[in-house]
Design a protein around this ligand. Structure first.
Ligand code: SF4
Ligand code: SF4
Ligand code: SF4
Ligand code: FES
Length: 943
């Protein structure tokens, strides 16, 4: 399969969804015999036989609708001409798709469509309209009723959405967009209003921008005419080739066809179209991956290396050679002066596996220590610790498709519709098909209730009390005899100790109700539901990990799944919804100071020996510094030099003033990034990075799926990031070089057992693979722990609840928790440089009406948010989504600097910051402050 430099092939559109089951029905289509499962549509059977039946309202991602009447066929022994998309196959059926009668009927239908279609349709000229191609296909020579499309011409196109437009004149009301919005996306934003020639598509009662539309683009993709079109296609014209690559935003890891124009050296992206054969997204997308790629060509991008002697000096543009020389001399000097442990590096979950691998290699082999950490430290490090402890592998247990078999989804501390939107659409589909959902989250997130879906339970767990909550769930299951004794006795260890622990009365829902805020009766009912369905799956996010007991909570969820036997098959499991695109991969690649690639502890001599033999160096047996230790050591004077790749630690890490003090204390800070971010304010060398459109490598998503990232255009900065890292190591006296990123993956595969069968060639052939990829599992492993756990027996662990020291008090009586919003991403470095800021131009503080009333706060007021470590200002939104006593904000805008108020509390096992619990006070501030915040929000989004 070739996926480069031409229109990437994908599975053809067979008109209607596949029917699963044994192919027992023999059907003959135009003389060609084909076997299909009973119930398969005639249209799909024809397609499988290699016969294309014309269609307009059908597409295989949506249920058949049967409205356009173009797909008529004749079936032997049956009267009339049924629509092939809505006619199911039966054994022995004989179908004719090209008789004179059906051809004639199709020409008539097409003639009617074209008579209501503008004669000057831009889509015809561009070649972007499926209908025009079909007209030729059905052999329509003339339109007897005239062209002109009089019915909708007077209507103004809806241009409100920044990324696409709707032109009623070109709309044939086939309803594909309406069905895509409902069935695929699950937003139900569109309806057909009016009848006959008056019919048109309406988003809510208004335009697209003001409607419920979340700009996922599914309707645009489904539209067979030019009625819904990307504005980029209108302005740039049609693409001429495509490259299949992977979204660089969240951990869902959606595959896209980057459709482009221009030569290899001068490439313009026309649009990003979700790839139907993408294992994670199966042709769906969200607003970020689909549309928010413009940051890659934003004028703020720094394209040249820069240096300065002091952080108070102006930057000086230098050559790559000069910058690398400066870094190498600087790091070597610091090592000489302060010792081998005085320097270190931070790798990025935004970068490819290959880039991350070479960074940890540079630190271990060229710096000579284990002072390598990654931004996973501040998000999912407790996942790695907790799941490894319980099951023996630091990763989720399932693939995304597994959710199709789940009867109950327990969603804890995650907001998938905002943070993992494409998977959320899959979850909502499953909910509409009958699966029940238990949401454990302080906020009433969208999954609690949105169009056509409603959770069975919303358990408003108070921030910081997750462990008490999960213990109460397990207590109910054990004391009510709902646990799976056979599974626990055969597959787990330490069962009796755990069972005695969890059955203690202090873990009962009644005993913990005051602490957790969850009514005991609701918790009991939810536990019974989780324990008694055939398949129950846990999905969780940073609302679990970013706590002082994050690792304990991950083990608590593992206990819950083991107690109920919900592991080792489809539809079950413990599934972290990973934040960043490659957070799984950056952890896999040995980015932690205590682990070599594949989660093998640096203290294990047999593991060190593998790398020592290959790299020709001695690797330290002691773990290096974690990010917070680096900061503390910098302030203490023993850590002096830092290389940071693709992470804006000055904005994303907690207790900003502490981070800034640490950065100021260092003598050499090297920032390798796309933009001069907040951290670059403290840097001495800036190295320009490459965007995902310029990268060659792999990302690993939340389901352990290794996806290829292919270069859509050459690096705009002249070098790939892995090359730059190799050059720094080489200049420091440790020669490192590879001919291509595929060679780096070959080294990873040769040294990391779970990646043993991975290579770029295999990935290109298979599309993607989920690790472990081994001789025993040559195509990858969608479901882990089948039959036995990776560690042998699963580890049941008594999870003692230890309340966080960060408690609301008289001075700071509210608890702040943080999260994401759909249109922005993390610190916003990318999304703020796109029209996505249309939807979320500033961070907002959500506050419950009673807390707001007590403080005289109304929606739109500027409020001061203060904690024991800092103060910031932002706009208030009074919202019933919040429970009383808890406020919520996002951290996408540096001007708000939400992390100014978050504290240095962290997970006991991994130091993951306790972002989700900060005791705060909220007070209204003056009109002058309102004007200040408005002025910042009103700053135009620069193209
Ligand atoms: S906008 Fe497109 S998909 Fe929607 S009804 Fe009109 S032609 Fe069909
Ligand atoms: S962009 Fe997505 S959410 Fe918006 S109307 Fe289209 S399908 Fe619905
Ligand atoms: S769901 Fe995540 S990976 Fe998929 S398009 Fe959106 S941001 Fe990208
Ligand atoms: S494709 Fe079958 S009726 Fe439209």
């Amino acid at each position: 399969m070739t996926l480069l430099d031409e229109f990437a092939p994908e599975t053809p559109d067979r008109g209607t969804p596949a029917v699963f089951g044994e192919a027992t029905a023999q059907v003959t289509v135009d003389g060609i015999s084909v076997m299909v499962p009973v119930g398969t549509s005639v249209m799909r059977a024809a397609s499988l036989a290699g016969v294309a039946v014309p269609k307009l309202c059908a597409t295989d991602s949506l249920k058949a609708f049967g409205s356009c009447r173009l797909c008529l066929v004749e079936v032997e022994g049956t009267k009339g001409t049924p629509a092939s998309c809505t006619t199911p196959c039966t054994d022995g059926m004989v179908v004719s798709t090209r008789t004179e009668q059906v051809q004639q009927l199709r020409r008539g239908v097409m003639e009617l469509y074209l008579s209501d279609h503008p004669s000057d349709c831009a889509g015809c000229a561009r070649g972007s309209c499926e209908m025009q191609r079909l007209a030729a296909d059905v052999g329509l020579a003339e339109v007897r009723y005239g062209l002109g499309g009089a019915s909708h011409l007077a209507e103004t196109p809806d241009e409100s959405n920044p990324y696409f437009a709707y032109d009623p004149a070109a709309c044939i009301v086939c309803s594909r967009c309406v069905r895509a919005c409902s069935e695929t996306q699950g937003t139900f934003a569109l309806t057909v209003s009016g009848r006959g020639f008056e019919a048109r598509i309406t988003p809510g009662n208004s335009d697209f921008l003001s409607s419920e539309c979340v700009s996922c683009g599914a309707c645009v993709q489904a539209c067979p005419t030019d009625a819904l079109t990307e504005k980029s296609v209108v302005s740039l014209g049609m693409p001429t080739r495509s490259v299949v690559t992977t979204c660089a935003y969240c951990g869902v890891g959606c595959s896209f066809k980057a459709e482009v124009q221009g030569s290899a050296d001068d490439t313009r992206v026309v649009r990003m179209v979700p790839w139907k054969d993408g294992g994670a997204n199966e042709g769906h997308s969200c607003v970020k991956g689909r549309f928010a790629y413009g940051y890659a060509s934003h004028r703020d991008r720094q394209l040249s290396p820069m240096v300065r002697d002091s952080i108070d000096d102006e930057w000086q543009v230098v050559s790559w050679e000069q910058a690398i020389e400066r870094i190498a001399t600087g790091f070597l000097g610091l090592r000489e002066k302060y010792g081998v442990g005085a320097i270190g590096g931070i790798s990025s979950s935004r970068c490819t596996n290959e880039e991350v691998y070479v960074v940890q290699k540079m630190v271990r082999a060229a710096f000579g220590n284990n002072n390598i950490d990654t931004c996973a430290r501040v998000c999912h490090s407790p996942t790695g610790y907790g799941l490894n402890h319980a099951f023996g592998t630091s990763a989720g247990t399932q693939d995304f498709a597994s959710v199709e078999q789940a009867d109950v989804m327990l969603v804890i501390g995650a907001n998938p519709t905002d943070a993992h939107p494409v998977f959320a659409s899959r979850m909502k589909r499953r909910m509409r098909a009958g699966a029940r959902v238990i949401v454990a989250d302080p906020r009433r997130i969208d999954l609690v209730r949105s169009p056509h879906v409603e959770a069975a339970f919303h358990l408003p767990v108070r921030p910081g009390t997750n462990v008490a909550f999960v213990n109460a769930m397990c207590h109910v299951i054990v004391t009510e005899g709902l646990w799976d004794e056979a599974f626990v006795r055969s597959r787990c260890e330490e069962a009796d100790t755990y069972l005695e622990f969890i059955a203690r009365p202090e873990h009962s829902p009644e005993a913990t109700e005051r602490e957790t805020g969850i009514p005991a009766s609701d918790l009991r009912s939810a536990a019974r539901l989780y324990a008694t369905v055939p398949n129950a799956a846990i999905y969780y996010g940073l609302g679990v990990t970013e706590h002082s007991q994050g690792s304990t909570m991950v083990m608590g969820m593992a206990n819950l799944a083991m107690l109920t036997g919900n592991l080792g098959r489809e539809g079950v499991g413990v599934n972290p919804l990973r934040g960043q695109n490659n957070v799984q991969g950056s952890c896999d690649m040995g980015s932690f100071p205590h682990e070599l690639p594949g989660y093998r502890h640096v203290s294990r001599p047999e593991v060190r020996e593998i790398y020592e033999a290959l790299w020709g160096v001695t690797i330290q047996a002691e773990p290096g510094l974690r990010i917070p230790n680096m900061f503390d050591s910098a302030i203490g004077g023993s850590f002096k030099g830092l290389y940071v790749q693709g992470e804006d630690i000055a904005q994303s890490d907690p207790n900003t003033s502490h981070v800034e003090a640490a950065l100021r204390s260092m003598e050499l800070v090297v920032v390798h990034d796309l933009f001069l971010n907040e951290t670059a304010r403290f840097a001495h060398v800036f190295l320009p990075g490459a965007s995902f459109l310029e990268k060659d490598g792999t990302f690993t998503n939340a389901e352990r799926r290794i996806n290829r990232v292919r270069p859509v255009m050459p690096s705009r900065v002249g070098k790939d990031e892995w090359q730059v890292v190799c050059e720094i190591a080489t200049a420091m006296g440790y020669p490192m070089s590879y001919a291509a990123p595929s060679e780096i993956m070959d080294e990873i595969a040769a040294t990391t057992p779970t990646f043993a069968g991975v290579s770029f060639a295999r990935l290109d052939a298979e599309g993607s693979m989920q690790w472990p990829v081994t001789d025993a599992a040559p195509h990858g492993t969608p479901t882990m722990h089948v039959g036995s756990f990776v560690r042998g027996l699963g580890q049941l662990t008594p999870t003692v609840y230890v309340p966080t020291t960060e408690r609301a008090n008289r001075r700071y009586p509210l608890v702040l928790t943080t999260g994401r919003i759909l249109s922005q991403y993390n610190v916003g470095a990318q999304t703020r440089r796109t029209p996505n800021s249309t939807w979320h131009p500033e961070d907002i503080l959500e506050i419950h009406p009673s807390d707001a009333e007590l403080r005289g706060v109304s929606t739109g007021d500027v409020v001061e948010l203060s904690s024991r470590v800092g103060t910031t200002r932002l706009t208030a939104l009074v919202s019933e989504r919040m429970p009383a006593g808890v406020v919520y904000t996002t951290f996408h805008h540096p001007v708000t600097g939400a992390n100014v108020v978050t504290t240095e509390n962290s997970d006991w096992a991994t130091n993951c910051p306790e972002y989700k619990v900060t005791a705060v006070q909220v007070e209204v501030v003056t009109q002058a402050a309102r004007a200040e915040v408005d002025a910042v929000a009103a700053q135009p989004v620069r193209p």
